[in-house]
Design a protein around this ligand. Structure first.
Ligand code: HEM
Ligand code: HEM
Length: 183
């Protein structure tokens, strides 16, 4: 058990493991589409993007279950009620949009396009809906712009975490770092 003030070791492992996967999948998705001719001639980056990103669909279930049974540590007293509410809203958006909505939109896109998703290169994810070429452009648009929106959301999240650590000099970042028990 982590001391009050830090996230549990399991929450930290899930946060950092999924953060690595998420940022990796985001960068590979960008390389796959915007450097298609140079880097993605045989769809190898698309395969890797889908293989990595689809694991988040499973991990997020475990993460939300863990989070609902293990509350987050209290935020520092130096934060105003407004900022505390902002942090909560930001985290809910990360869960709903970046960790559930974006992978589900990718799953939906591959389903309407009738293309397989091989989870972690191990097994095929069943399609979410029947193939439908008429929906292809709309769902592609949704996945692409949700991905850009999430890039901004995660970028803001990282900047806020660094601001807590280097400017406010509080324990918010330490509470998520491995091996640290604070607050
Ligand atoms: C089941 C999960 C997912 C599937 C099946 C999926 C599928 C795809 C596909 C097929 C592409 C186009 C690749 C190409 O044209 O070669 C794409 C692009 C992209 N995906 Fe995903 N994706 C999934 C989850 C995610 C997640 C979790 C992220 C964020 C970490 C993400 C971020 C992106 C980005 C940034 C692009 C490029 C967007 C652009 O065109 O500017 N995707 N995705
Ligand atoms: C270098 C990258 C990252 C850093 C430095 C970072 C830092 C942090 C910190 C310090 C917290 C704890 C905040 C608090 O105690 O109030 C946190 C929570 C959180 N982070 Fe990150 N993070 C990073 C990447 C990501 C990514 C890529 C995602 C998802 C796409 C993410 C999703 C979340 C979520 C959902 C929480 C809330 C956890 C909860 O209370 O259940 N983080 N992060």
């Amino acid at each position: 058990m982590a001391k009050a003030g830090s996230y549990t070791s399991t929450a930290k492992l899930l946060h950092w493991g999924m953060a690595l996967l998420w940022i990796g999948a985001w960068c590979i998705g960008m390389l796959a589409t915007h450097w298609r001719d140079e880097l993605n001639g045989h769809h190898e980056l698309t395969f890797l993007h889908k293989a990595m990103a689809s694991t988040l669909l499973f991990l997020v279930v475990a993460r939300i279950a863990w989070r609902l049974s293990h509350p987050a540590p209290a935020l520092p007293e130096t934060m105003s009620p407004f900022m505390k509410r902002g942090a909560l809203v930001g985290h809910i958006l990360l869960y709903v949009v970046a960790l559930v909505g974006l992978p589900v939109s990718g799953w939906y896109w591959s389903s309407v396009a009738d293309k397989p998703i091989i989870v972690a290169g191990l097994f095929t994810l069943p399609p979410l809906v029947a193939p439908d070429k008429d929906l292809y452009d709309l769902v592609k648009w949704i996945h692409t712009y949700t991905a850009w929106l999430c890039g901004a959301l995660v970028g803001g999240h990282v900047l806020v975490a660094l601001k807590h650590h280097f400017i406010e000099r509080d324990d918010v970042l330490k509470g998520m770092l491995p091996g640290q028990n604070v607050r």
